[in-house]
Design a binder for this molecule. Structure first.
Ligand code: NAD
Ligand code: 89V
Length: 373
């Protein structure tokens, strides 16, 4: 049954759920240009997805679901009373969305992707796609065999400053590309919002490396090799929280990619990603505070590349929140038009292969691992 909380939402209790007025709202397609979206997983990060979808004029958020009813009710409340559920299958069968946005943690992704595919519903899966390359490959195979469009919500490449930087280097402004550096260094307490990160054996490469390595692929294409060294900067976490990588690409191009949750440097730029790209005729740097300095030949230009702060966003998260909006928009602008999204599950598998290779390299003291592209 669809559940919609009454105006003043009481603290849910087992009895309370009987109080809620249950109505079957058949959300009709108002016209074929609208997309019906449902969300599974209403935890810490889901608010950004829910508010992104809610702010699109051509999207109807038709259902939100969490195993935890209180979280589902909260998600309903922040999205103007979207019907809420605690059973994903029931929701999908009731509301029949065009796409389901899976914003749970990685261990549940395959099961939920399989559920979506069984109902012929396109899926967007939060990163990391799966806890292992093996399971991610199962998702890719599932999407292919069932012909269900699936993409990964990998949003760092959709950060506006990084899109702007890519546009600059793509238009022959810096000549032949030579070198790229991508850096995400912080000691912001990510563990309070995401306590599960303390428990995972594969931490920074799987959680953050997956972002910065995808940016490396976005800027330089497929890597031919990777070397990686990892470190652990604190004793109360299970996995590594610092990684330093060197990637090789065709035509002798080289990238340094680094990510850590254990950097004590000041200022702490969380959640900014610093990027620089150098070529034979110029360079571009995305520095602290979104200052972008572009050089093409002898022409040098400094711009403010800071993304806008929509009314539902707040600094310093606005670059991430804006990228969530852009990533959600990317599904709308591709899949319904039968276009393949940039971060399709089969594309994102290549990023996960880099993560896997980074772990292999780190296990051998940083030795070079060749990518069989
Ligand atoms: P969370 O644990 O706070 O929330 C996940 C929610 O999913 C929980 O409330 C849980 O009850 C619910 N859930 C799990 N299985 C379910 C099921 N079968 N049906 C219904 N609900 C279910 O996690 P989070 O911190 O919000 O992270 C979610 C995902 O988003 C993770 O994969 C994380 O890596 C990713 N994330 C991405 C970004 C980013 O895009 N930049 C930032 C933070 C987190
Ligand atoms: O974006 C993410 O995946 C989060 C982070 C802390 C990096 O923002 O885990």
């Amino acid at each position: 049954m669809i559940r919609r909380p009454p105006r003043s939402t009481p603290k849910p209790s087992s009895a309370a759920s009987d109080v809620y007025k249950r109505q079957i709202h058949k959300v009709k397609m108002i016209n074929e240009n609208r997309s019906k979206v449902a969300v599974i997983g209403c935890g810490f990060f889901a608010t950004n997805h829910i508010l992104s979808w809610s702010n699109f004029k051509d999207v109807d958020l038709v259902g939100v679901c969490d195993l935890d009813e209180e979280k589902a009710i909260n998600a309903s409340n922040i999205s103007k009373g979207t019907p809420y559920f605690t059973d994903a299958e029931l929701m999908l069968k009731e509301v029949r969305p065009d796409v389901v946005d899976i914003i749970t943690t990685a261990p549940s992704h395959y099961h939920l992707a399989k559920l979506a595919a069984s109902l012929n519903i396109s899926a967007i899966i939060q990163k990391p796609m799966a806890p292992s390359l093996k399971e991610a490959t199962k998702i890719v195979d599932l999407a292919e065999t069932t012909k269900t469009p699936m993409m990964v919500h990998e949003n760092f490449r959709f950060q506006q400053p990084i899109r702007d930087l890519k546009n600059f280097i793509a238009n022959d402004n810096i000549g032949k590309h030579l070198f790229c550096k991508i850096s995400f260094r912080t000691s912001f307490d990510i563990y309070t919002n995401q306590p599960y990160l303390k428990e995972v054996d594969q931490l920074v490469l799987m959680d953050l490396g997956v972002h910065v390595l995808d940016v490396a692929r976005f800027l330089f294409g497929e890597a031919t090799s990777i070397c990686c060294r990892t470190q652990k900067t604190r004793s109360d976490i299970a996995g590594e929280d610092m990684a330093t990588m060197m990637l090789g690409f065709s035509e002798e191009r080289t990238a340094i990619v680094e990510c850590t949750y254990g950097s004590k440097q000041v200022p702490d730029l969380f959640p900014e990603t610093l990027v620089s790209v150098e070529g034979t005729n110029g360079a571009v740097t995305l520095g602290a505070g979104y200052q972008m300095i572009k050089r093409s030949g002898e022409k040098v230009e400094t711009i403010n590349a800071e993304p806008s702060v929509d009314d539902w966003c707040e600094k310093p998260w606005h670059v991430v929140q804006d990228s969530v909006k852009n990533t959600c928009r990317h599904w709308i602008d591709t899949v319904p038009q039968n276009l393949k999204p940039e971060t399709s599950v089969d594309d994102n598998l290549k990023t996960l292969k880099l993560v896997e290779a980074a772990y292999q390299s780190a296990a051998k003291g940083g030795s070079l691992v060749t990518m069989g592209n």
